[in-house]
Design a protein around this ligand. Sequence first.
Ligand code: ADP
Length: 499
Amino acid sequence: YSTAVALEEPITPPVQVNYTKLLINGEFVNSASGKTFPTLDPRTGNVIANVAEGDAEDINRAVAAARKAFDEGPWPKMTAYERSRVLLRFADLIDKHTDELAALETWDNGKPHAQAANIEVPMFSRLFRYYAGWADKIHGLTVQADGPYHVQTLHEPIGVAGQIIPWNFPLLMFAWKVGPALATGNSIVLKTAEQTPLSALYAAKLLHEAGLPEGVLNVISGFGPTAGAALASHMDVDKLAFTGSTATGKIVTELAGRSNLKPVTLELGGKSPFIVCEDANIDKAVETAHFALFFNQGQCCCAGSRTFVHEKVYDEFIEKSKARAMKRVVGDPFQKGVEQGPQIDLEQFEKVMNYIKSGVESGATIETGGARFGDKGYYIQPTVFSNVQDNMLIAKDEIFGPVQSILKFKDLSEVIKRSNATNYGLAAGVFTQNLDTANTLTRALRAGTIWINCFDVFDAAIPFGGYKMSGHGREKGVYSLNNYLQVKAVVTSLKKPAW
Ligand code: ADP
């Protein structure tokens, strides 16, 4: 690891933590219990700040505020254009405060600062501009019915949306949830992940500065089984949107069903195949497969975590993937040039290390990496396994870390079967220069996104979501609006036409 940057003295983050309380009804308040919990710096495990810990009582307060804001206005009663203007002003404020937002994101999450500042924060404001564009373009249909009726549909907001987000992309997950819900006129209670509460509080403050009325967005920091479960099972929450693990997705769906049957959209885990055909541009495939797996410390639900390589190009692909992983720059995410920071926390660190152990024990070959990086914080060496077999745990489970598993295949029908032999169906990557191969794989693979000769292309307009146990519903794009809309049919009796 000659390219690694020294870890001795963590760089002081260029930002202060200003907001640590719960945001309820437009005000930062302590939790009802007065309890707080520490949010940790993944570079060291040290405390960044103590944050108010929301619980069922705080969820009740936040839902009551959201209910009032929805029922009494002004938000749902404002013109769509006025709502759009608030979102546009928010986007401008995000751009103005890129430095603070990016620094908080890196500090709380451990992701490379350049990634936060140059990709994620710009994408964050882009998403809000996209949704601002939709706010005044939501309308129903005029319907032809049998009989003397005038029939139309009204697309109305669903009410109070409960939203639970994960820690891997705190700001982007905020935008994927809050953007469409606000554009369609809903009010919100957002529960952030306990590992990364900071950037959402900062962003919510900016959203109020942009003119969001009080109570429309309430942000609760807290834990899953307490605050999260209270939100999922609340009788006065009209809709639940969740992103996280498949196991927790099952829990929240059950809680929603047992309470008031609120509709649930889910974006869950994945084990996405990345298929490299014999005619692929190998250098580009190697680089993209590396990015598909290692991006964000491997902490992506759609990570290309089963790299299937055609036997004719397998040896060359392994050599080049190994060389690329060895060049990956690991280090303090605030340091310039660093590509990979620490994993989010000790629990994830240990989980990933156990999968590496399991890969070795089950007979896969470690080409590079396999160990902890440094001796403090949660850094892991970029790890490449070759000779991975379908029945190994590392080929079946979501690892959520910097561990690439490379498998060999012989022909298309075989790789289609093996790619689809999973409970997940979030995404797939295909590398080929043959149009017929690309078309065949596109139609045969059961996944919500197919990336052909690219990967992880996330645009505000492109829908994202899973087949099978990777979830249901789509976020981003026009489809995401439906998650937050009710359709009301209006049937008016007509006088018999006189003409
Ligand atoms: P991960 O394992 O990646 O942390 P989780 O699914 O546990 O994924 O977490 C995603 C989000 O779900 C977080 O905001 C977390 O607090 C929340 N969560 C975890 N457990 C529950 C639960 N029992 N009920 C509701 N929300 C939960």
